[in-house]
Structures are given as structure tokens and as C-alpha cells.
Design a protein around this ligand. Structure first.
Ligand SMILES: [Zn+2]
Length: 450
């Protein structure tokens, strides 16, 4: 039942019956949803089936339909790193996890810092995008080669269709360059995404038993907090710029962001599933899937991240999906590459928070879909299921009991998920993107809960 499998079909007319519809604006119990040519035509109780005789009926009694995920931080590795993830495997990983749109990071080969590389990347992605229905948005580097010395041509990249600027993987440490980034990006209206890390700290894991066991220095909180503080000071000089902190790991960062928001600056941030789920006490020895940047921190950091996500102080969830081949993701914490995959487990982590009462259903949808869609400027097509809008949704069983995540659950190419072996609730049953219906894990049109 849980093993990854997919059966895809296109349907001109589709009726999803008896489903609980979760939107950020509210929950509707047991409704029918008529979809025609990929557009939601009617939502209502007991829609007249005689009026929908030529619709294919998907019986979904007892299940939840919500907007598909919008993941604002994914390393799709396109172009040039097909040993980690191909455009095809990455987008099927998105389908498998219920994600309908994603922003991919520019730390590729070559680095996406110019419009020629953007054109190449778009060409690579266009086939898999059409095949799956997943929408791919590109970000560009903010400095040439992500070297932090010379800023990119912000206006040209914006004009060519970039959605954000980031040097993710490294922070921009030179103050003058960071100021130039904010000034250069501001007129484009696009956000600047900072991987906040002051270089040179030498840590790979935050303080905890495994960090002690491997004999490395602890990855300090100040490496993140100090860069965010520096950036917020610079942002005051460019108040028209949009500044976003990627994958917040520390409670101290949340306090800075809360104060900056209060002062009226355009500041946002995100939290990643692994930071929301694990603590540094729980890291499994010899499993370097737990080595990511920034690291998993204390129970207090985790609980404050969860509260911030629930309240909206942290704007949304994003996975930092970072696939790696086993040759660089060895089980030596000191030498292994940083990163865990996340696309295929993120909704289950959100469902876990909801089952534990840490987040409401409406805020779950907001943090999972609506808020990141608004952040990326794709609210017209993503983030909400309502009449007259394009269909982009995920059908899931939110009450499904916990089962351990297994390697063969994954459609993605790489296996460096820190969730393998961990019990998570929920099952993603189908991802519906426009006319494309991807039935997952053995779910089919005649399935009924029971
Ligand atoms: Zn990063």
C-alpha cells in the first residue's frame, strides 16, 4: 500500500465525490467537486450526478483534498547534476509528495547566474514539466558563480522570468556586496533569499551526542543569527527590497525576524520539515542523511519553530530538498555532503504536526501552499481550490496511522532522506494537476475508505 507507485491519466471531465476540502480559508466537509478542462467548475454538497453523467467519478469519501504543495526551496539539480536528481526524477518526487509547484535553487553546474543558463535549464525541464503537470519556477544566483564578489544582472534575469535571487548553499558575507544585492534586486520586486551562515565556524552538527561522538566543534547559532542581523541592518537602507531567510534553524533568528516585521520591513522566512520534526538529541549515529545545512538544533529551537509556523510568524514550510548520490553522501559526518531530501515526506510531517495539535488544518494549508504561492507570485494558479480556478490539489488520508518511511517509498533518484526509518502519519493518495490525475501507492478510482 505504501510502496511508491503511480498511475497517471488525463481527464477532460472529473468529479471528485464526498471529499473533505481543506483550504486556508476554511474546511468544507463531504463535498463534490466538478472539474472540467482542468478548471474547478462546481463545488457543492451532493452535486446532481445526472448533470455530470459524462464525468469520470473519483470516489474520495473520508479523504481530504487540499491545494497541492508549493515548495519554495528545492534543489532540482538542473542543469548539470543528473547523478543527484534528473528533471524527471525530481518532478515525480514532487508528484509523489503532493507538490504542484516548486522553486529550484541555482547552485547547479554551471551556476544559474545568467540568462543563457536559464534558457538551458528551462529547456531541460520543459518535457518533464509537461509530463507531470508540476510547475517549475527558477531562481538565479545573486552573485556571479555564487562567489560573493560581483552581483548578477538582476534586471536582465528578472525580465527573463526568474522568480527569486539566492546564493543558497553559501551566505553572502561581504557587507558591501550584500547591500548591492538588496539595491539591485529591489527594483525587480523579487525576493532575495539568504542562506544565513557566517563562514568559518567549522561545525557540521549542532551541539548534541553525535556531534560530541564525532569530535567536531558544534555548528554555532551565531553563524545564522549574526548574518540575519547584519542583513536586517542593511535592509533598513533599502526598505523597498524583499528579504527572505531560508531554512531557519534557530529560535534567535525568529526573534529578529519578528521584530523586523513589526518595524514594517519586507521580511519573510521559512522552516524545513527536518527542523520541525527532529532535535539534535535524536540524530542517528553514522547516518549522515542527518547532516544538513543549517543543522538540526535543540528541542527548544524545534518547539519555537513549530509555534512560529503555526502562528504565521514563520511564513511557510519549504523542504530544502537536497538529493545527493551515495559517493558524496557517505556515512562519515565530517566529510559527507550536506543535505537531506524532503519533497516526498513534507506533507506527512505537516500532517504529523496537525495530528499532534501543533497546527490547525487551515494554517497547515496556508503554510504548505497558499502563503508560498503568494510569496512567489503564483496565487492565480496555486494555493487554493475554489470555483473558476485551475485545479492543483493533493488527495490524502490525514488519519492514516504512522508507518515507517522506506527507501522504496521514493520516486526521487537519491536516497539521502533523514526520514527513512522514521514513523510518519498520513498517506498521499493522488496528486491532481490540471487534467492530470496521478494516483499513488495503489490508490485507484474505485478505492473507498473502509
Ligand atoms: Zn541553504
Amino acid at each position: 500500500m505504501h510502496k511508491y507507485s503511480v498511475k497517471s491519466k488525463s481527464h477532460h471531465r472529473l468529479l471528485i465525490s464526498g471529499v473533505d476540502l481543506w483550504n486556508a480559508s476554511g474546511v468544507q466537509k463531504a463535498v463534490d467537486i466538478a472539474i472540467e478542462d482542468g478548471i474547478v467548475r462546481r463545488i457543492g454538497k451532493d452535486l446532481d450526478l445526472n448533470a455530470h453523467l459524462d464525468f469520470v467519478v473519483l470516489r474520495a469519501d473520508g479523504y481530504v483534498l487540499m491545494p497541492s504543495g508549493v515548495d519554495a526551496q528545492v534543489h532540482l539539480r538542473v542543469p548539470g547534476q543528473e547523478q543527484k536528481e534528473t528533471a524527471t526524477s525530481g518532478l515525480w518526487a514532487a508528484v509523489s509528495g503532493g507538490v504542484g509547484a516548486l522553486l529550484t535553487m541555482p547552485n547547479t553546474k554551471p551556476v544559474l547566474d545568467n540568462i543563457e543558463t536559464l534558457a538551458l535549464a528551462k529547456q531541460v525541464i520543459s518535457g518533464p514539466e509537461a509530463e507531470t503537470g508540476v510547475r517549475v519556477l527558477f531562481s538565479a544566483a545573486m552573485t556571479m558563480g555564487q562567489r560573493g564578489h560581483e552581483v548578477v544582472d538582476f534586471l536582465a534575469l528578472a525580465k527573463a522570468g526568474i522568480f527569486a535571487f539566492t546564493d543558497d548553499g553559501v551566505g553572502v558575507s561581504d557587507d558591501k556586496i550584500m547591500l548591492q544585492v538588496l539595491k539591485g534586486a529591489a527594483p525587480t520586486g523579487l525576493p532575495v533569499l539568504q542562506h544565513a551562515e557566517v563562514p568559518g565556524h567549522g561545525g557540521v552538527l549542532a551541539g548534541g551526542p553525535v556531534q560530541v561522538a564525532i569530535g567536531s566543534v558544534a555548528y554555532p547559532v551565531w553563524a545564522e543569527v549574526d548574518m540575519v542581523q547584519r542583513d536586517l541592518d542593511l535592509l533598513k537602507q533599502v526598505p523597498t527590497a524583499r528579504y527572505h531567510v531560508l531554512h531557519v534553524s534557530a529560535a534567535g533568528t525568529l526573534s529578529l525576524i519578528a521584530a523586523a516585521k513589526k518595524s514594517g520591513l519586507h521580511v519573510t522566512c521559512e522552516a524545513s520539515p527536518h527542523h520541525l520534526f527532529f532535535t539534535s538529541e535524536e540524530i542517528v549515529p553514522d547516518n549522515s542523511a542527518f547532516k544538513m545545512n543549517p543543522p538540526i538544533r535543540s528541542a527548544s529551537d524545534r518547539s519555537q519553530l513549530q509555534s512560529a509556523l503555526a502562528s504565521g510568524a514563520c511564513d511557510f514550510m519549504a523542504t530544502d530538498h537536497a538529493p545527493h548520490e551515495s559517493a558524496v553522501k557517505t556515512n562519515n559526518f565530517k566529510t559527507s555532503a550536506f543535505g537531506t531530501t524532503g519533497l516526498e515526506t513534507s506533507l506527512r510531517v505537516m500532517i504529523d504536526l496537525w495530528q499532534k495539535g501543533a497546527i490547525t488544518a487551515t494554517r497547515l494549508v496556508d503554510a504548505w501552499s497558499k502563503a508560498p504561492a503568494a510569496f512567489l507570485g503564483i496565487s492565480a494558479t496555486h494555493g487554493e481550490i475554489s470555483e473558476g480556478r485551475p485545479m492543483s490539489g493533493v488527495l490524502c488520508d490525514v488519519t492514516a496511522k504512522q508507518t515507517a518511511v522506506r527507501e522504496d517509498d521514493f520516486a526521487g533518484l537519491s536516497r539521502n532522506s533523514c526520514f527513512i526509518g522514521t514513523k510518519l502519519p498520513g498517506i498521499v493518495l493522488a496528486t491532481i494537476l490540471g487534467q492530470k490525475v496521478h494516483c499513488l501507492r495503489g490508490f485507484n478510482f474505485d478505492s473507498k475508505k473502509g
